[in-house]
Design a protein around this ligand. Structure first.
Ligand SMILES: C[S@@+](CC[C@H](N)C(=O)[O-])C[C@H]1O[C@@H](n2cnc3c(N)ncnc32)[C@H](O)[C@@H]1O
Length: 271
């Protein structure tokens, strides 16, 4: 028997956590009072946050659809899984290619408890779940379960969707992404979305900063230029780094106003 504490004993429900707060914004039930309080504080400063969460989720699904379809990717490493909801990465990928293999990683024990129960693979494919922290990429890359599921000699779709804005500057976000990218073979892809204050009036930024500070400074939004630095040396696919709603939208889709969403999205090929 493992001497690791189980998910329930590691779960601190008194402190807001990004996965549970995001679940609250998406209308889910897997959240606690601290998550709802933090979620409401952000919503008071940024009333369209629930729409932003839905738009981000839709970007993730379109990006996986592109990778599994047009780009022919059959293996995914999705770091920052989130609580399971409709059309998770493996469901979108395995609908297109049932043999797709997906490794999920997240640092919230509640996500992992749900993931094991709900994120079940197609019979032909495979899924695995790691309780790991993005800020320690070596622990993800060295994980036995990852190597039992993915062949890092073959292209991988690395999903970092709505997670990097939780890695503050002192936690070396560029080093973390660089380490992951350099461990993947040519022909792999990086898909990313990231919160931003670009385009927001100064008063709105100030309100958001206050809400962020009140909940422990969870997030570090970045400008388009700061985001572009993550893609140095990679080949951005069209349309490049754009508001998530503008990344390959369905032809008949209602395009949201970027300042209501405040998220950039991009996909790039690793040469
Ligand atoms: C906003 S949710 C995004 C979920 C999903 N990627 C999506 O876009 O729908 C952010 C996720 O990242 C996870 N997360 C935040 N910081 C993390 C870290 N340092 N290491 C691993 N997971 C982290 C949270 O637990 C949460 O599940």
């Amino acid at each position: 028997m493992s001497d690791q504490p189980g998910p329930a004993s590691r779960l601190d429900t008194t402190v807001a956590h990004p996965a549970r707060r995001y679940n609250y914004w998406l209308g889910g039930k897997d959240n606690f009072a601290a998550d709802r309080l933090s979620g409401d504080q952000v919503a008071a400063a940024f009333p369209t946050v629930k729409q932003a969460a839905r738009e981000n989720r839709a970007f993730l699904q379109r990006a996986v659809g592109f990778l599994a379809g047009e780009a022919g990717i059959r293996q995914f490493l999705d770091i920052g899984t989130g609580l399971p909801t409709a059309d998770n990465t493996h469901e979108v990928a395995q609908r297109i290619a049932p043999r797709s293999r997906i490794v999920y990683a997240d640092n919230d024990p509640l996500v992992m408890a749900h993931a094991r129960a709900l994120l079940t693979s197609s019979p032909e494919g495979r899924t695995a779940y790691l309780e790991r922290d993005l800020r320690d990429p070596g622990s993800i890359l060295d994980d036995e379960q990852l190597h039992a599921t993915l062949d890092l000699g073959q292209p991988v779709g690395l999903m970092l969707v709505a997670i990097l804005h939780f890695v503050r500057d002192f936690e070396d976000p560029y080093g973390v992404v660089g380490r992951l990218v350099e461990s993947l073979p040519s022909g792999s892809y990086l898909a990313m979305s990231h919160g931003t204050y670009d385009g927001l009036p100064a008063a709105a930024v100030e309100r958001l900063e206050q809400a962020n500070a009140a909940t422990g400074g969870l997030s570090r939004p970045r400008s388009r230029d700061e985001l572009a630095r993550f893609f140095t040396g990679l080949d951005l696919v069209d349309p490049g780094i754009v508001p998530v709603g503008d990344w390959r939208p369905a032809p008949d889709a209602d395009r949201p106003d970027p300042v209501d969403i405040c998220m950039y999205g991009a996909v790039a090929r690793i040469p």
